[in-house]
Design a protein around this ligand. Structure first.
Ligand code: XMP
Length: 527
């Protein structure tokens, strides 16, 4: 196991992710972790970057046992300065020039010196591209250290201790902007620390199930909302495998779901995955509250968000009452959330004795009002890792690869008022589009696709008759992070086929358009 001590850099979790990609098991703990309190001995320690300057009065510092354990240590950015600070507290100065972005790093090799020194940059070019993001830099080398890398702005971009396996680098090897960063991390973890390379997703499952069991105890009960999306499905499956029927999944049918969506989710959850699922059909309630809301997308979102919380809470209360009545049951005290790492906006806090984690929640504000404790089994993972995990757990392919679907559902894809008739049109058109995308083998290439219903009417001619009916706008985008996106380039023949089918098969539509706006300036959803 490699221990990653986190100083709060936005990239800290990428370090553990890269190690996982190398099949090396790692644990990330707050930088103030006392080494004596660990129940295991790490094979090596990585100190992350962080937003502080080591010479500030309130700057965090690691337990000095880190340097006395006799295992290799790699400091990244702030971690480099922390190493220098440990050896010589006056060493680090504020850099006159902040440095962000790509930088050319030159490697300095030392054939005549101790063997470990050159190992960090083994198999790496002498002139590598690396990502920098720092204000401070070393003003001179601490005693007993040698320079192993330098840039035009940072003469000590990489340092190594002449005798101990102790290294510091100013750049970030964990980001993809440092193409050879993974080789460097492999050099450190595998060649220098000799960590085992036997970590797999299967091991993650074992560890997470054990953690959930320990957390929840013999009788504890967990509740969670599921939508059929990959995150909530995978989180629910993991929970089912950990505590069985003491996990209560709730599917709120808002009436704003896609064609057959509620049925498909029900079937998968209860039949294929054996999840204890309660379905609440709240379509009428949602629709009645959305009545008359025509041109205020934010109002739609608010109504849907609040109604969702209300319906979920009511169901949770009922389930809790039933659970309390059963002999082995305690009250429900846990809420499952499928939060992923990119949703976690604040890293582990090292201030105060208990590490707290603040997250951003998809389903607006559920936990705060419900007095439940959070369980977030996916919080260390990225989307693609969740898919691998889903496969490992036996979640059906169609759920593992499902495009994201927004909480407010079709309501933000029906521009203008949401009525049963508008829902029917949007649903049918969307179904044709997605079916054709699947038939053409394009579903996995596209990040998200849907049909929106525009609130305008256009003229058409159908069966020798003039018609005046609505317009569908198709949208399909490619993106990795959903922050920026490009419209997908379909073949014209494909779009014509979809257009033909929609106009012919969906009553009330006479035209189909394709939205080619990228994000920005557009957003992925229409509202
Ligand atoms: P935008 O439209 O902001 O969408 O480019 C980015 C991603 O977020 C999803 N999205 C939402 N998801 N509730 C959700 O759960 C929402 O209110 C919401 N709005 C947008 C959208 O589907 C896309 O994947």
């Amino acid at each position: 196991t490699i221990l990653v001590l986190d100083f709060g850099s936005q990239y800290s979790h990428l370090i553990t992710r890269r190690l996982r990609e190398l099949n090396v098991y790692s644990e990330m703990l707050p930088c103030t972790q006392r080494i004596a309190d660990l129940s295991w001995k790490p094979k090596g320690i990585i100190l992350s970057g962080g937003p502080y300057s080591v010479y500030q009065n309130d700057a965090p510092h690691v337990d000095s046992a880190v340097f006395q354990l006799g295992v290799p240590v790699l400091g990244i950015c702030y971690g480099l300065q922390e190493i220098a600070w440990y050896y010589e507290q006056t060493n680090v100065l504020a850099g006159e020039k902040r440095e962000y972005g790509h930088s050319k790093v030159n490697v300095a090799r030392h054939a005549g010196l101790a063997e470990h020194i050159d190992k960090l940059f083994d198999q790496i070019e002498d002139n590598m591209t690396a990502w920098m993001s720092h204000g401070d830099k070393l003003s001179h080398l601490p005693e007993h250290f040698v320079t192993v890398a330098y840039t035009s702005n940072a003469p000590f971009a990489g340092i190594a201790h002449a005798r101990e396996r102790l290294y510091g680098i100013q750049f970030h090897p964990e980001v993809t902007h440092t193409p050879e960063g993974k080789v460097l991390l492999k050099n450190f973890a595998v060649s220098i620390c000799q960590a085992k390379t036997d970590w797999t997703m299967g091991r993650f499952v074992d560890k997470e199930i054990a953690r959930i069991k320990a957390l929840v105890g013999e009788k504890g009960q967990v509740i969670g909302a599921v939508s059929g999306g990959v995150d909530s499905t995978v989180a629910a499956t993991l929970m089912q495998q950990a505590i069985g029927d003491r996990f209560h999944a709730v599917l709120v049918d808002t009436g704003l779901l896609r064609l057959n969506e509620a049925e498909t989710v029900k079937k998968t959850m209860s039949r294929d995955l054996n999840i204890n699922l309660a379905v609440v059909d709240a379509a009428d309630l949602f629709l009645s509250r959305l009545k008359g809301v025509t041109d205020d997308p934010e109002k739609k979102r608010k109504i849907i968000g609040n109604t969702f919380i209300e319906v979920f809470q009511e169901k949770a209360k009922k389930i809790a009452a039933e659970a309390a009545g059963s002999p082995q049951a305690g009250e429900i005290e846990w809420l499952l959330q499928g939060t992923l790492y990119p949703d976690v906006i604040e890293s582990i806090s090292f201030k105060g004795p208990s590490a707290t984690i603040k997250t951003h929640h998809n389903v607006g504000g559920l936990p705060a009002t419900m007095n439940l404790r959070l369980i977030e089994p996916l919080r260390e993972l990225f989307k693609d890792e969740v898919r691998v995990l889903g496969k490992e757990l036996g979640v059906p392919e169609e759920h593992v690869w499902r495009h994201p679907f927004p909480g407010p559902g079709l309501a933000i894809r029906i521009l203008g008022e949401v009525t049963p008739e508008q829902l029917r049109i949007a649903r049918e058109a969307d179904h044709i589009f997605i079916t054709e995308i699947q038939a053409a083998g394009l579903y996995k290439k596209i990040s998200q696709a849907y049909a929106a219903l525009l609130p305008v009417k256009a003229v058409g001619v159908m069966g020798d008759k003039r018609v005046h009916s609505q317009v569908i706008a198709l949208r399909a985008v490619e993106t990795t992070d959903f922050m920026t996106a490009d419209s997908f380039e379909f073949k014209h023949t494909f779009l014509k086929r979809v257009s033909n089918r929609i106009v012919n098969e969906v009553d009330g539509v006479c035209r189909v358009s394709y939205d080619i706006t990228s994000k920005p300036p557009g957003t992925i959803e229409m509202e």
